[in-house]
Design a protein around this ligand. Sequence first.
Ligand SMILES: C[S@@+](CC[C@H](N)C(=O)[O-])C[C@H]1O[C@@H](n2cnc3c(N)ncnc32)[C@H](O)[C@@H]1O
Length: 311
Amino acid sequence: MSIAEVYSGFATREAHGVSPAYERLALAVSRDDEVLALLGTLPPAKRQPNLLFGVVRLLGGPVEDPAAFHDWAVANWPAIAAEMRSRATQTNEAGRCAVLLPVLAALPQPFALLEVGASAGLCLYPDRYAYRYGDHQVGSGEPVLECVATGMAPPARLPEVVWRAGLDLNPLDVTDPADLAWLDALIWPEHTHRRARLRAAAAVAAAEPPLLVRGDLVDDLPALAAQAPAGATLVVFHSSVLYQVPASRRAAFVEVVRGLPGHWIANEDPDVLRHDTLPEPPGGALNNVLALDGTPLAWTRGHGQAISWFA
Ligand SMILES: C[S@@+](CC[C@H](N)C(=O)[O-])C[C@H]1O[C@@H](n2cnc3c(N)ncnc32)[C@H](O)[C@@H]1O
């Protein structure tokens, strides 16, 4: 796929109906020969729209007006390129806990939670947040995670977590203002509710920082899993991670995780973590598939804002 096609596809498939500013911008970049040529000087993995737009926001550039964006991007390209080369998209969305909770509720507790691709570890606190599934509220903390749930009874209570650990190639630290600024820049411009959610979830994590280990989800998972306390159910989980992992490494990861004791929860794009049979996805925006120990259970929306149970 050409860079122009990546940007036009991002506009129509990902940003449409979700971020008018990024839809406009991605379409403009897809027709902007000068910016496309600059992007072409970067390694293929570093050309994505989310990375470019996040870096421009981080550096204080304009993302609302495509003409202003063009001028700013061309004038500031060396700084943009340096940031794009050194960073990766690491959006950490606590809202995804709202789609993990129904699966956790059905497993034996207490839990030792181990998240691979944890970013700053904000999904490691499903027991601290509050949830609203329609009229049904669970928990009383902050942030309150709203989720439209269909085909399932909402979970009755919060899980009990006795150990939490994250593994990431580049763990982020929510107590570091620079890391928090990057997480903020990765949130799409109009999503003020997600920005507020990031602050509230970061406060939860900062109050009791998780064990975050720098490492690879294949090579370093068994050693971290071995640190989980006896007497708790080990749950290895991941959400929106495997699209960043090459196919051969994804297969190696599945083999490693299947060899561990406990349970495995995946919330991933079915194009990167395949299942033999799946029902038609609900219409609209992109969907992940939630699976327990390899069995698909539900379609979920990208930021945890909806779950459609089918199992
Ligand atoms: C899009 S973020 C998702 C973060 C978090 N799971 C969430 O749902 O909010 C993907 C994360 O996976 C991490 N990652 C990518 N490849 C990895 C690997 N091979 N081993 C460990 N972490 C990896 C990235 O560094 C990034 O922090």
